[in-house]
Design a protein around this ligand. Structure first.
Ligand code: NAG
Ligand code: NAG
Ligand code: NAG
Ligand code: NAG
Ligand code: NAG
Ligand code: NAG
Length: 572
């Protein structure tokens, strides 16, 4: 039996906004991200020129269009005999080109009715069909995603055609089949979150480059597609990858697709940033829970092994709720999170799969956490807040972190703590008792700070430099001195841990740590070079002062005597 399926549904006839026509391709050429961890103008100027030069040679995610041959639309047919044709159907989905020449297919809200974990097929105009593997279900929108490979022939196409997702390997395309341009992961509206008053858009592309935040007035938010009589509202903030707009005034059929468009000027035509994001007004919880005073958020990728120690330690000294942004981990994160929950730790996992979007994730957390948390601590899972003042306390208390925060009457909106970088301390493997037990020798110099932020004090722009946020004008930012509190950063761990960590860096700077993309970044390890080979004498490196303070303290608080010593509460 031959099956013919018309693939041009009414919705696929809608005009899909094109990426800024007339632009040269420079904004597509490669991934670049600035803005984080930039502490001095000198550093900026010095590194920028090097960075640009090196990134020309080195970006592994370079998306380079050598040719601009157009994909020949809809001339291929797939004719395959199938016994049970009742299951064959096209699935309405949007695509976005992902690093590594993969296409992320995001099933659109109208069609989000399918079993998870089963595989579908991506059809391309040249007749190739590739398995679309179930990827994840997106949080909040609950949309199902699949990933398929991009055939080699399209890697040098511009634009790249969006494949068609179908529930069978056999499928006939009609000549009218349309192949909309595939948005690229570095130029797309990729997510939104609504507040009471407005919607926050997370957008890659338009504000790329250091100091290149374009004025809000040059953009507008577009709710809906032209054929549905789209509604536009003004952009009230445009900083980094974060844009904010008031809601449309009219009632619409939610969820509605949301775009960002650059307003036409005398010199340039109106331009639209492609989008895979939808807007729905904020849902108010039926039973809002009591707001926590102190929460912590972190972004993780395959670091489940450290999470128990980090959560248990910080929960004991006063963090009431943990919001973990998971960058697509494929380790035992779910099990660890479920385990912690069953022990009554309040841990929420948020999937945050967008590549190179750590700042945007932190801004998202500032909005997402605002109803649940008064203060938010932003720490990595290898960082532990510690106060020397606690050293003599025989027992921990949940008031300990609170005691480092200002009083309610103060106008301090953020407290930051300097960090101390620990070295491998002779360890050759992950210490059984955890990082606080195993790593005891560190560099002398204090490093960058990490912060606890009053979420209501965060500036409208949601600007974050990872280590701190910009605050509303009336608030002050306080940096604690190291006698009050520090962050123990177990940065240079036993080689096999360190190597893995650097490969999976969530840093916005280092694209691939073996490549020289930003050699002056402080994220680089001094003396390490760019090869993933254990440097001579690694276990003894970065050891200038012995610092046993947190080791002793956690041993006292969390250690249980055992035959051969002691066992830590988080040890399994
Ligand atoms: C989907 O694909 C993956 C990887 O190829 C495979 O392991 C899995 O069994 C497939 N699932 C189904 C339901 O076919
Ligand atoms: C998400 O989708 C699944 C399966 O389609 C459904 O069971 C679940 O209730 C949905 N969750 C939300 C929050 O919509
Ligand atoms: C919504 O409507 C009100 C009243 O008509 C108007 O003042 C306001 O500017 C409108 N807002 C937007 C975003 O269009
Ligand atoms: C802890 O107690 C010892 C002895 O009682 C004292 O010498 C030391 O200063 C105390 N340390 C702190 C940080 O309070
Ligand atoms: C590492 O081992 C050496 C030699 O045994 C010892 O002198 C040093 O104190 C150890 N360093 C740490 C941090 O334990
Ligand atoms: C998540 O991890 C992958 C793989 O290490 C990396 O390419 C990506 O940039 C990370 N995402 C974020 C948000 O940092």
């Amino acid at each position: 039996m031959t099956l013919t399926l018309k693939t041009s549904s009414p919705s696929s006839n809608r005009s899909t906004p094109k990426p800024f026509p007339g632009d040269d391709d420079s904004h597509f050429l490669r991934y670049r991200s600035y803005g984080a961890q930039t502490t001095t103008l000198f550093f900026v100027l010095a590194s920028l020129s090097l960075f640009v030069i090196f990134s020309l040679y080195s970006s592994p995610n370079a998306i380079y269009f050598a040719t601009t041959r157009q994909a020949k639309p809809g001339t291929v047919t797939y004719v395959i005999n199938v016994r049970d044709s009742s299951h064959i159907r096209r699935i309405k989905a949007e695509g976005v080109l992902w690093p590594g020449w993969e296409v992320m297919m995001i099933v659109s809200p109208e069609d989000n009715v399918m079993p998870l974990e089963s595989n579908y097929t991506c059809f391309y105009p040249n007749g190739e069909k590739l398995t679309a593997k179930f990827a994840v279900s997106l949080p909040f929108t609950n949309r199902t995603t699949f990933k398929c490979k991009l055939p080699g022939v399209y890697r040098h196409h511009h634009p790249i055609p969006t494949p068609i997702l179908a529930s069978s390997r056999s499928f006939e395309l009609s000549p009218e089949t349309r192949w909309p341009d595939l948005p690229l992961w570095n130029f797309v509206v990729f997510d939104t979150i609504s507040t009471e008053h407005d919607v926050v858009l997370f957008v890659k592309g338009p504000n790329r480059g250091l100091g290149s935040n374009k004025p809000p007035g040059t953009f507008r938010c577009v709710f809906g597609e032209e054929s549905d009589s789209a509604v536009r509202t003004t952009v009230t903030s445009s900083v980094q990858e974060v844009f904010r707009c008031p809601f449309p005034n009219v009632t619409m059929d939610y969820p509605v697709k949301i775009y960002l468009e650059r307003v036409a000027t005398e010199k340039e035509a109106m331009k639209v940033v492609p989008s895979v994001a939808y807007f729905s007004p904020k849902r108010t919880l039926v039973e809002p829970r009591e707001k926590s005073l102190l929460c912590a958020t972190t972004m993780v990728y395959n670091v489940a092994k450290y999470l128990r120690e980090w959560v248990m330690y910080h929960a004991t000294i006063g963090i009431q709720r943990f919001i973990i942004y998971d960058n697509g981990s494929d380790d035992e994160l779910n099990d660890v999170v479920e385990g912690l929950k069953s022990e009554r730790y309040d841990v929420t996992k948020v999937l945050w799969i967008w590549p190179k979007t750590q700042e945007a994730g932190f801004s998202h957390a500032a909005v997402y956490g605002k109803d649940m948390c008064t203060w938010m601590m932003y720490l990595d899972v290898d960082e532990f807040l510690f106060s020397p003042v606690w050293s003599n306390k025989s027992k921990p208390s949940d008031q300990m972190i609170r005691s480092l925060l200002p009083s309610d009457q103060s106008m301090i909106g953020q407290v930051s703590f300097k960090s101390l970088e620990f070295g491998p301390s002779n360890q050759t493997r992950h210490p059984a008792g955890g990082v606080t037990q195993g790593y005891t020798c560190r560099r002398e110099e204090e490093q960058r700070h990490k912060s606890i932020v009053l979420l209501s004090a965060v500036e409208h722009s949601l600007y974050t430099a990872i280590h701190h946020f910009s605050l509303k004008g009336e608030y002050e930012w306080r940096v604690a001195d190291k006698e009050e509190g520090v962050v123990n950063h177990y940065k240079y761990q036993a080689w096999r841990e360190f190597k893995a960590k650097f490969k999976r860096r969530v840093s916005a700077y280092v694209v691939d740590w073996t490549r020289v993309s930003n050699p002056t970044s402080r994220d680089r390890t001094p003396g390490l070079g760019f090869k993933p080979i254990e440097p001579e004498g690694w276990p003894q490196k970065f050891c200038e002062v012995m610092d046993m303070r947190l080791k002793r303290l956690t041993e006292k608080w969390f250690g249980y005597p055992e035959k051969n010593g002691y066992r830590m509460a988080w040890q399994r």
